[in-house]
Write a protein that binds this ligand. Sequence first.
Ligand SMILES: NC(=O)c1ccc[n+]([C@@H]2O[C@H](COP(=O)([O-])OP(=O)(O)OC[C@H]3O[C@@H](n4cnc5c(N)ncnc54)[C@H](OP(=O)(O)O)[C@@H]3O)[C@@H](O)[C@H]2O)c1
Length: 326
Amino acid sequence: MRAVTCRRYGPPEILRIEDLPRPVPGARDLLVRVVATTVTSGDARIRGFRCPALFWLPLRLAIGLWRPRRPVTGMEFAGMVEAVGDAVTRFRPGDRVFGLASVGAHAEWLTVAEESAVAPAPAGLSDIEAAALPFGGLSALIFLRDIARIVPGERMLVIGAAGAVGACAVQLGRHLGAEVAAVCSAANIDLVRSLGATVVQDRAVWDPGREEGRYDVILDTAGAGDPARFRRLLAPRGRHVLLSFGAAGIAWMLLTALWPGRRVVCGFAGGGAADLRFLRDLAEAGRLLPVIDRVLPLEAVVQAHRHVDAGRKRGALVLTLDPVPG
Ligand SMILES: NC(=O)c1ccc[n+]([C@@H]2O[C@H](COP(=O)([O-])OP(=O)(O)OC[C@H]3O[C@@H](n4cnc5c(N)ncnc54)[C@H](OP(=O)(O)O)[C@@H]3O)[C@@H](O)[C@H]2O)c1
């Protein structure tokens, strides 16, 4: 099968398309024929091994000290179940699915555990659209619902609102009952407004100093503001949520947890099949729209990584795979 591989950490040009054996599903696995996948900010980070110094060693130990231990790249996928292991009960060959794997989605075939983040794909969405939802959707859901613990009526600000996570956060924030404001570049203002943000500001001219005490939750997907500066924007029990953070972010989180009041919170997104089914239901009801920057063939993976590295992606960048003969 064709698969994108990353056999050392480095720039986009190190990626290769290789011909590899098709993976074999275990008893509790699905074999998925991947129709669409994406290049996420997470894929680009792992390829380039861009991470704060604090996480360098733990992350290298987890994914490969000298080179990626599992070379096939890619997390998000949509496609069709080709075969299932003997112990699988919830899926059958022919089911359309979408999901988020840890690696291996940039390939014609992928095996995923039945119990992992895989669910029936949303009816009415194409594979390209379905593949655009899991990474941004699960990240936004976990950060808003579980980490920020947003409640209806709260005022929320999304910084970096046009990216994969930001575009889902604007929509999920509305769904969770928040009043959503957003900051993005001028070219993305109309898009972000169409997703449900009531006030959208151009990040080139945005003046945070004029919004003191305004927000219950600030979701900073862009690593745009240092906590000291953004603290004044928070309401008395407001939470400043950092998606990208290092030692300083963790220090802020620990310090602000010591007494009641404004807090900095950081964490890592996870999410499983139940969360994915929640996103699917929203997508089927038209309340979570996929935002797609561009669609490229798998062979353009280097170009795709260069675009993600530039940091200006709108929603998801989708890669498509030709149907496998037979
Ligand atoms: N902790 C976790 O578990 C977790 C999970 C998922 C993602 N993340 C992190 O979250 C971040 C966002 O991920 P993503 O997938 O949404 O990224 P993405 O799709 O590449 O989008 C990034 C967005 O950031 C905006 N941006 C770039 N520079 C900015 C700046 N200086 N100020 C404000 N906005 C800026 C860009 O929009 P404009 O051009 O409109 O400004 C772009 O749309 C990444 O750093 C990723 O690693 C963390």
